[in-house]
Write a protein that binds this ligand. Structure first.
Ligand code: KIV
Length: 274
C-alpha cells in the first residue's frame, strides 16, 4: 500500500544530517515517475537532473541539455508531485556566462518549473554565482567530484579525488560552496574514505553518488535502479527492478496477440476508462 506524500522541506534535510538520518534522493524527469516516487512516500528529494539528456533524450553527455528542456521537465515533475521537494539542475552554460543570466535562469526553474531549489556543478569557480543566486532567495545545491558537464575537461566519466592533491582541492571546493550558502552538496564518484572525510568536515548534508556508504545521503538515477538503462548502468548503481525486461515482454505479448487476433477480442476491461 502506498504511503502519503511527505512534505519534506530544506530545513528538514539539514536536520536529518544533524540527527544522523540518511537522506534519500532520486531523479525524475516526467510526471508519471514523480507521481509514483511521491506515492512511495520514502524519498526525501526529487532531482530533475540534466542526466535527462542521457537517459531520456538519448544524448551521449549532458552538454546538449537546454534551459527550455529543464524547465519543461521540471514542470512535468512538479505536476506529478506538487508537494515534493524538487531540485532542478542548471544545464551547461546557463550559469557560467553572466551572473544576472544565472539568477534569471535559476528563477525560471522555480517560477516556470515549480522547483524548490536548483543544483549547479563546480567548486570555487562558481562561488560568486552561488552567493548571488542564494541572495535572490533561491536555494542552491552544489555538485563536486565527477562533474558531467565538464566531462571533456575531466577526461571522461572518471573517478575523481584519487590523489591527495586532488582531494585537497575538492575539500576546498566543498568548504567554499558551504560558505557561499549551499544547503547540500552532491559528491560524485570519489573514493569512499575521502567522501567520509568531506561529510564529516561539512555542516551541510553531503549526498553521495558512487562515493560509498558514509555520505549523509545517496542519490541515484531512477532509470538505473529500475533496470531501464540497459548496458550503460553504472557499476555503483543497484538494480531493484528489471522494468526494461518487463517492458520488452509486455510489448511482445501485445504484438503476438494482435497478430493472433486474441487482442482486442478477449481484452478484459481493467478500469472504468473508455
Ligand atoms: O543529472 C543528474 O542526474 C545528477 C545526478 C547524477 C547527481 O546530477
Amino acid at each position: 500500500m502506498s504511503k502519503p506524500e511527505s512534505p519534506v522541506r530544506i530545513p528538514e534535510i539539514q536536520a536529518k544530517k544533524a540527527r544522523g538520518e540518511k537522506i534519500t534522493m532520486l531523479t525524475a524527469y516526467a510526471a508519471w515517475m514523480s507521481r509514483l516516487v511521491a506515492q512511495a512516500g520514502t524519498v526525501d528529494m526529487l532531482l530533475v537532473g540534466d542526466s535527462l539528456g542521457m537517459v531520456e533524450l538519448g544524448y551521449d553527455t549532458t552538454i546538449p541539455v537546454t534551459m527550455d528542456d529543464m524547465v519543461r521537465h521540471t514542470r512535468a515533475v512538479h505536476q506529478g508531485a506538487p508537494n515534493s521537494l524538487i531540485v532542478a539542475d542548471m544545464p551547461f552554460l546557463s550559469y557560467q556566462v553572466d551572473i544576472a543570466e544565472a539568477i534569471r535562469n535559476a528563477g525560471r526553474l522555480m517560477q516556470e518549473g515549480g522547483a524548490t531549489a536548483v543544483k549547479l556543478e563546480g567548486g570555487r569557480t562558481v562561488v560568486a554565482i552561488v552567493e548571488r543566486i542564494v541572495s535572490a532567495g533561491i536555494p542552491v545545491m552544489g555538485h563536486v567530484g565527477l562533474q558531467p558537464q565538464s566531462v571533456h575537461l575531466q577526461g571522461g566519466f572518471r573517478r575523481q579525488g584519487t590523489h591527495p592533491e586532488q582531494q585537497q582541492q575538492l575539500m576546498a571546493d566543498a568548504a567554499a560552496l558551504e560558505a557561499a550558502g549551499v544547503f547540500a552538496i552532491v559528491l560524485e564518484c570519489v573514493p569512499s574514505a575521502f567522501a567520509k572525510q568531506v561529510s564529516q568536515a561539512l555542516h551541510v548534508p553531503v549526498i553521495g553518488i558512487g562515493s560509498g556508504a558514509d555520505c549523509d545521503g545517496q542519490v541515484l538515477v531512477t532509470h538505473d535502479i529500475l533496470g531501464l538503462s540497459g548496458s550503460i548502468t553504472p557499476s555503483f548503481a543497484k538494480q531493484y527492478a528489471q522494468l526494461g525486461d518487463a517492458i520488452i515482454a509486455a510489448v511482445n505479448s501485445y504484438a503476438r496477440e494482435v497478430r493472433s487476433g486474441e487482442f482486442p477480442v478477449h481484452a478484459k476491461k481493467q478500469s472504468g476508462n473508455a
